[in-house]
Design a binder for this molecule. Sequence first.
Ligand code: ADP
Ligand code: MG
Length: 225
Amino acid sequence: MIKTVNLQKVFTTEEVETTALNGISMEIKDGEFVAIMGPSGCGKSTLLNILGLLDNPSGGEYHFYGTEVAGMAERNRAQLRKGNIGFVFQSFNLIDELTVYENVELPLLYLKVPAGERKKRAEVALERMNMMHRRNHFPQQLSGGQQQRTAIARAVVATPKMILADEPTGNLDSSNGEQVMNLLRELNNEGTTIVMVTHSPHDSGFAHRVVNLFDGKIVTENFHV
Ligand code: ADP
Ligand code: MG
């Protein structure tokens, strides 16, 4: 379980202060599928990045599976991220110089998984995302749907507790988007916690709970039964 208490995030650039998060208290249980919605600039990505240990809050508490991480140094945060969290982004964020296979293998290299085991696990993830036939291609040689399936393979290869997805279907046509949503649902059905930012009411329909943000605050929460 993860839990935040009165989370704050202030960005300061050129003496301008922006309050991106202004008192977010929320709890996400293991196995939940939560969608975060709200207008552009309301703090969705900032919240996701903090939940995913990519960034620290400016104030408040963040309990990550029993560990208080709000003030943790970048180096320790990165360590905790490995193997615990998988990220999927709207713009895929694959490494252009690496093949599909090498992109997917990367988290296992960071975790120092032995070579034989790496190959096995990378191939299972690629197989599952129906990307084995493109394993030696480079990201630029793939369609958007294939790039996102590669990114999901990379996100799941180290069997994380949580997958965080920031508008994962934002750059995809509806049929590829549907495929990505079905994959996320399948992973959730197997027990992976999913937190997803989306603008799409269709995509948020896959979630158990929709958290609506406005101006860095939670304004409403809707539960799907
Ligand atoms: P959303 O994802 O909901 O569109 P963001 O979380 O990206 O919104 O941004 C929330 C607010 O914080 C915006 O006003 C944005 O301009 C600001 N912001 C986000 N990241 C940074 C940053 N790295 N530096 C300065 N301001 C930022
Ligand atoms: Mg955003």
